[in-house]
Structures are given as structure tokens and as C-alpha cells.
Design a protein around this ligand. Structure first.
Ligand SMILES: C[S@@+](CC[C@H](N)C(=O)[O-])C[C@H]1O[C@@H](n2cnc3c(N)ncnc32)[C@H](O)[C@@H]1O
Length: 233
């Protein structure tokens, strides 16, 4: 089954400018799963979380750049009462995640979108509606002339704060020391956030969390990841 034009127009966005890959190979089986699931759990561009049939009272936690979806599966299995909003611009990643979430039997408690996280937060997530946000190993963009492409920027940090409920959290991870420090330095001075470890500090790794693909990749290259935890008081 191939993705139809109507389906692409609704669920697969290419006109929004992002840095990083959006396209790549998706098998026909994965396409069939996308065509089945995204009309049920997708978040098309014109809809907001308020239209997404979320069970009343369910905490809503977002993951930005979920890659292959393993961490989303972990969160959904660990917190059966949560609804997970997964955001990932790379279509093959979305396709893999949909398969893994389906196999784990947790997909109906997720809302999945291929739109960029900046758009989703600004236009589709109402203020004070998220209980938490995870950002695991965002793209490092190592050259200084590309640092402006990093997802954690002053404006994005301020936007995240507005979308969190009071008491909500932001957790981040990176295996790249300069990116970990970049994220910490921005979030430490973002009004409305408190660094749980103290200004300038990282938290210990939560031993329960699974190693994501990029944490593993860092370990193979000899890089130990660093972790950040903020709360909106
Ligand atoms: C380095 S990978 C990390 C994947 C996964 N979180 C992990 O830890 O293995 C960064 C991911 O962020 C996604 N990404 C980049 N920019 C994004 C954006 N604006 N909105 C959503 N996802 C984005 C990329 O497509 C990529 O899958």
C-alpha cells in the first residue's frame, strides 16, 4: 500500500522548514501501518491536543525527536495512565515507532506527529497542558555556524515553559558534552524553570531508563551521556 496524496497532505508535512532529514525509506508494510494508525492517533496540522480525544485527567507527556520510538514505548509501559505525545520529523522514525508502539500494545495512548516540535508546541499544544517534556539526544549540530539549528534555543525554552503545567518537568539527555552544556546554560537562565540538580549541574542517570539508540552510539564511541532535569514550580 502506498501513502495516498490525501494522507500525505494531512499527516506528512514537508513545507515547514526544519533542519535535519525528513524523508527516507519506508516499507510498504510500514506505510500500511501509518495509513491505519495516523488517522486514529495522528495530530494533523489543523488540530490541537484539545481535539485529540485524550482521556480526561490523563497526564500528557511529550517526547521531542523520538527517533525509533523506544523511549516512548518505555514511558507508555511504565506509566499506564499517561498519554504520550511523540514528535519526530523523520518519517522512517515515525514508521518504526508506530510499529513498536503497536507491538507493545500501547499505541492507543499515544498521539504521534511528524510535524516539527517548534510548530507543534506553538500551534497545537495549548498553554499549561503538558505534565512533562523529554528531549533525548537532540541533533548536536557541532559546527559553531550551525549552533542556531540546535533545537534548544532561548525562544524554544521559553515556549516549553508556557506549555508546561505548574509542577511540570523537562528532562534532557545528551552524549555530546558541549551540547549538554549548551542546553544547561540556556535552561538554567530560562525564567520559570528550576534546575533540580542546582544551577550549572547535571542529575545522575536514572538507572531505570533504557539506553536510546543515540545513548548507545555515544557509549560505543566512549562518550558517557549527561542528564538534565528541570521543573516549573
Ligand atoms: C540524534 S537523534 C536522537 C533520537 C532519539 N531521541 C535517541 O535518543 O536515540 C535526534 C532526532 O530528533 C529529530 N528532530 C530533529 N529536529 C526535530 C524537530 N524540529 N522536531 C522533531 N524532531 C526533530 C531527528 O529527526 C532525530 O530523529
Amino acid at each position: 500500500m502506498r501513502l495516498t496524496k490525501e494522507f500525505r497532505d494531512q499527516f506528512i508535512q514537508h513545507e515547514l522548514r526544519t533542519h535535519g532529514r525528513k524523508n527516507g525509506f519506508v516499507t510498504t508494510g510500514q506505510e500500511a501501518r501509518l495509513m491505519h494508525w495516523l488517522p486514529l492517533i495522528g495530530l494533523p496540522k489543523e488540530k490541537t491536543l484539545a481535539d485529540a480525544n485524550i482521556l480526561a485527567g490523563s497526564p500528557v507527556v511529550m517526547e521531542v525527536g523520538f527517533g525509533n520510538g523506544d523511549f516512548l514505548v518505555y514511558l507508555a509501559e511504565k506509566h499506564p495512565e499517561w498519554t504520550l505525545l511523540g514528535v519526530e520529523i523523520y518519517l522512517p522514525g515515525v514508521a518504526k515507532a508506530v510499529s513498536r508502539l503497536e507491538e507493545a500494545g500501547v499505541i492507543e495512548r499515544t498521539r504521534i506527529t511528524q510535524l516539527p516540535a517548534q510548530f507543534v508546541l506553538e500551534h497545537q499544544v495549548p498553554e499549561a497542558s503538558l505534565d512533562g517534556i523529554h528531549v533525548n539526544h537532540p541533533d548536536p549540530w557541532p559546527k559553531s555556524k550551525h549552533h542556531k539549528r540546535r533545537i534548544i534555543q532561548k525562544e524554544f525554552a521559553a515556549l516549553m515553559v508556557t506549555r508546561l503545567k505548574p509542577g511540570g518537568y523537562i528532562k534532557l539527555a545528551s552524549d555530546k558534552p558541549d551540547l549538554a552544556e549548551w542546553m544547561r546554560d540556556i535552561l538554567d537562565v530560562t525564567p520559570g524553570l528550576e534546575n533540580v540538580a542546582g544551577i550549572g549541574c547535571f542529575v545522575d542517570r536514572d538507572e531505570e531508563r533504557p539506553e536510546t539508540k543515540f545513548e548507545q552510539r555515544g557509549l560505543r564511541a566512549g562518550r558517557v551521556s549527561q542528564f538534565l532535569h528541570y521543573v516549573k514550580p
